[in-house]
Design a protein around this ligand. Structure first.
Ligand code: CMC
Length: 392
């Protein structure tokens, strides 16, 4: 029983070694497998980045084509799984619907759950990548009372998702290539972020040798929280509440600075980035073009810009090294694309999936992995004697 170090929130504790994602928080650097996020956002695609994160190298054209074909074969949901969506209330938030359906995949594919069988891990990987967009689109369709569409496997992963989300069964749906490209790029930006809360959750659950679906389902639930992926929804709600308050930004900033309970500048601050979040820089520069093209809410964009400007020049935020994070501008883009606010965190989950899978697989393949089991510092009563209930 050696000494136990206390590290609330794991601020200084590395839980694993990993060769997937590199972050330098002071310099604002993010790289997947060594490739700078800026280059991947500019030149790569979500499918290619998915391959890169999971298998470690950029694919050749043949490898990418084969990977794509293999994923396309698995986009359908079992008809029985589709019944699932009817079991939730019509106004259910799509995040718990997503995590529940992913958890349920363990019941539909009981023949491929062994984490130590490489072939089974591979098939589970493909199923998850292919089916998560279908599940996400159905969660949306159910919430608006529209019929489900079968996947169209002549389309790529992002186009197919857009069609299943916004299309109708009997009508042709022309995917807007600019929209698809912008969403693809946002998915690239979200694809991995080393040991964040949801990824650590995926690893922790997986460290008990729980299967991939169970582990990823837990990660989705972790992502739902407003301090993590849920922040993209919270940012938009914050901007809307400022607008409802007559656009009074200074008043809102004062409420944040006075630490009014529950009032934070959502979309600001990061555990690791203390200078700027390179993903936020890319999102900000695309927000303009995308919103112009898609006719997004420029009033809210203006509010967001002013809010950022004021915060970046305010001593409270400067002292605490608080900068916009990836969630600050993404919601405005998602809104312009036509997604309701409640789908924003689902989009984050679709983007983060390759990272969760890559990290889970890296952990399972590493012989030095042990079950995650943190210690504690006990602060309760010392030993005392039990008193029967009639003597208390
Ligand atoms: N607004 C106001 N004050 C803040 C904020 C904020 N957004 N973030 C941090 N602070 C203050 C905090 O109150 C503390 O002040 P003090 O030193 O006076 O007690 C100081 O800054 C340090 O913050 P912390 O809470 O110790 O930092 P953390 O590393 O534990 O938390 C964070 C990081 C991201 C949870 C936090 O910055 C936050 O809650 N931000 C708002 C939610 C958000 O945007 N989350 C998305 C994160 S990025 C992508 C993702 O994971 O989804």
């Amino acid at each position: 029983t050696g000494k136990v170090a206390l590290d609330i929130g794991f601020v200084n504790t590395a839980s694993c070694t990993s060769a997937i994602t590199y972050i330098d928080g002071d310099a604002g650097i993010l790289r997947y497998r060594g490739y700078p996020i800026e280059q991947l956002a500019e030149g790569s695609s979500f499918l290619e980045v998915t391959y890169l994160l999971i298998y470690g190298e950029l694919p050749t054209a043949d490898q990418l084509g084969e990977f794509d074909q293999r994923i396309r074969r698995h986009t359908l949901l079992h008809e029985d799984l589709k019944q699932f969506f009817n079991g939730f209330p019509r106004d259910a938030h799509p995040m718990p619907v997503l995590s529940s359906a992913v958890s349920a995949l363990s019941t539909f594919y009981q023949d491929s759950l062994d984490p130590f069988d490489e072939e089974q891990v591979e098939i589970s990987t493909l199923r998850l990548i292919a089916k998560l967009p279908t599940i996400a689109a159905y969660a949306y369709k159910k919430s608006v009372g529209q019929p489900f569409l079968y996947p169209d496997n002549s389309l790529g992963i992002v186009e197919n998702f857009l069609r299943m989300t916004f299309g109708f069964p009997a009508e042709p749906y022309d995917v807007d290539p600019d929209l698809a490209k912008a969403l693809d790029m946002l998915f690239v930006l979200h694809a991995d972020h080393e040991q964040n809360c949801s990824t650590s959750t995926v690893r922790l659950v997986g460290s008990s040798h729980a299967n991939l679906f169970a582990s990823v389902s837990a990660g989705i639930n972790a992502l739902f929280g407003p301090l993590h992926g849920g922040a993209n929804q919270s940012v938009l709600e914050m901007l809307e509440s400022i607008r409802a308050d007559g656009g009074d930004i200074p008043r809102f900033v004062e409420r944040v600075k006075s630490k009014e309970p529950g009032v934070k500048l959502m979309g600001f601050g990061h555990r690791v980035y203390k200078n700027y979040d390179p993903r936020a820089a890319i999102v900000k520069s695309t927000a303009d073009t995308v919103l112009d093209k898609l006719g997004g809410n420029n009033e809210l964009l203006d509010l967001a810009r002013q809010l950022e400007e004021i915060a970046l020049n305010d001593e409270f935020f400067i002292q605490r090294k608080l900068y916009p994070n990836v969630d600050f501008y993404t919601g405005l883009i998602y809104q312009a694309m036509g997604f309701p606010t409640r789908m924003f965190t689902v989009l984050f989950a679709l983007g983060r999936l390759p990272g969760w899978i890559a990290q889970w697989r890296e952990m399972i393949a590493d012989p030095s992995t042990k079950i995650g089991r943190p210690r504690q510092i006990y602060t309760g009563e010392t030993a005392r004697d039990y008193v029967p209930v009639d003597e208390r």
